[in-house]
Design a protein around this ligand. Structure first.
Ligand SMILES: Cc1cc2nc3c(=O)[nH]c(=O)nc-3n(C[C@H](O)[C@H](O)[C@H](O)COP(=O)(O)O)c2cc1C
Length: 384
């Protein structure tokens, strides 16, 4: 019997406005990762929502060419899910209106989870829900701008700034009141960044507090973890981030698990090599340039090879790959029959950093009801 996934789970599809999503699984937005190439690779494995990389509202409103390229979805993406980051209610509403009027997406998520110091220091990302009036204005104006096009608007947030400054229940209620279609909680504080374990009890608390669908996020490494999260918290859906890094086939296991089937893809190294090659080819196609695509693919290599027997020289050569032909030549040298390293199952992967005190603007914590738009809190790229 495979780890945990043993019985049929009667979970309803996830409802996002007029859309029904099955299984109730979301690929978490991940800057630098969830571009059109990675989304395609994951989407081919199972159903769900596959969110693009975060886009800043300011860059969208200013129509920065690189940003417009980042929001280009694949022709076969039926449910185009876009995450926006904003700190200014008017700029955010303008960006959402643009998306709605141009028909650029079918779903918009707002990011209130970014813990990067250069963002929180200015009052953006995970610092923002603390300023509850400003938060409420941003969400309300965004919901109103999305409504005429029937685009469901959701938010993604953390538990709060730190354990002494939790915001998630209040922010969830404010967002619900503003008319969001769902609320996602990454159950860590900003102070935790990616350290420690996600607090699934907090997800259960939020689920109890809200009527709109709640999505749980944090530490789903295997499909069985997703089922455990649903059972533990009663959430309407799960958001999966780092668990699928170097493992796009996780979405196949997730689909099976939500349908009560036991499935755990354990590809051999040869099969992983084939997926790696495909990923790199898709990236080159998406970025329109072989060198750039191969350079972007390098960050994925260690995730794909985690736990497999691969010599240091080959790993180093792969980490510097410059062309698809070179990549395929190196992948051919892998021991194709090597079985999947079971000991890496259920283990954290990707970003796991230490906690750190949250940098905030002067006086931020003392004035919760100040709704002045923070200055300089826009950013070029992200983390959540
Ligand atoms: C490389 C990386 C980039 C991320 N970028 C974003 C982002 O742009 N927007 C966002 O809301 N969250 C972002 N996140 C956070 C994830 O969406 C997710 O909330 C977090 O990784 C916790 O889920 P997990 O335990 O399943 O990984 C990022 C995470 C990682 C590891």
């Amino acid at each position: 019997m495979l780890d945990g996934v043993t019985s049929a789970l009667t979970t309803a599809p996830l409802t996002l406005g007029k859309h029904e999503v099955w299984p109730p699984v979301v690929l978490a937005p991940m800057a630098g990762i969830t571009n059109v190439a990675f989304r395609k690779l994951c989407r081919e494995q199972g159903g769900g929502v596959y969110v693009c990389e975060m886009i800043t509202t300011r860059a969208l409103v200013e129509q920065i060419p690189k940003t417009l390229k980042m929001i280009a979805f694949g022709p076969d993406e039926e449910f185009r899910s876009l995450q926006l980051y904003g700190v200014d209610p008017d700029v955010t509403a303008r960006a959402v209106r643009m998306v709605a009027e141009e028909g650029w997406a079918d779903h918009i998520d707002l990011n209130f989870g970014c813990p990067v110091p250069k963002v929180t220091r200015r009052g953006g990302g995970s610092a923002l829900p603390w300023r509850r009036k400003l938060f409420g204005r941003i969400v309300k104006q965004a919901v109103e701008a999305a409504a005429p096009a029937g685009i469901p608007l959701t938010i993604k947030m953390r538990k709060g700034i730190d354990e002494d400054h939790l915001t998630y229940v209040e922010a969830g209620l404010i967002a619900q009141e503003a008319g969001v279609a769902a609320v996602a909680l990454h159950a860590r504080t900003a102070e935790q960044r990616y350290s420690g374990t996600a607090d699934w009890d907090a997800i259960a608390t939020l689920k109890q507090a809200l009527d709109v669908p709640v999505l749980g996020n944090g530490d789903i490494w295997e499909a069985s973890d997703a089922i455990r999260m649903v059972e533990h918290t009663g959430v309407d859906g799960v958001v999966v981030g780092r668990g699928c890094l170097g493992r796009p086939w996780l979405f196949k296991d997730l689909q099976a698990a939500f349908e009560g089937r036991v499935s755990q893809e354990l590809p051999t190294l040869g099969e992983v090599a084939a997926i790696m090659s495909r990923h790199a080819h898709l990236l080159v196609q998406a970025l329109g340039d072989e060198r750039h695509g191969c350079a972007d693919f390098r960050k994925h290599i260690a995730w794909y090879l985690k736990g497999f027997p691969v010599g240091g020289d080959l790993r180093r050569a792969l980490a510097m790959v410059k062309s698809l032909a070179e990549l395929d030549g190196l992948l051919a040298q892998l021991e194709h029959d090597a079985p999947f390293p079971r000991e890496s199952l259920g283990q954290p992967r990707g970003r796991i950093n230490a906690p750190g005190k949250v940098s905030l603007p002067y006086g931020w914590l003392e004035s919760r009801d100040d709704d002045t738009v923070p200055e300089g809190a826009e950013m070029e790229n992200s983390g959540g």
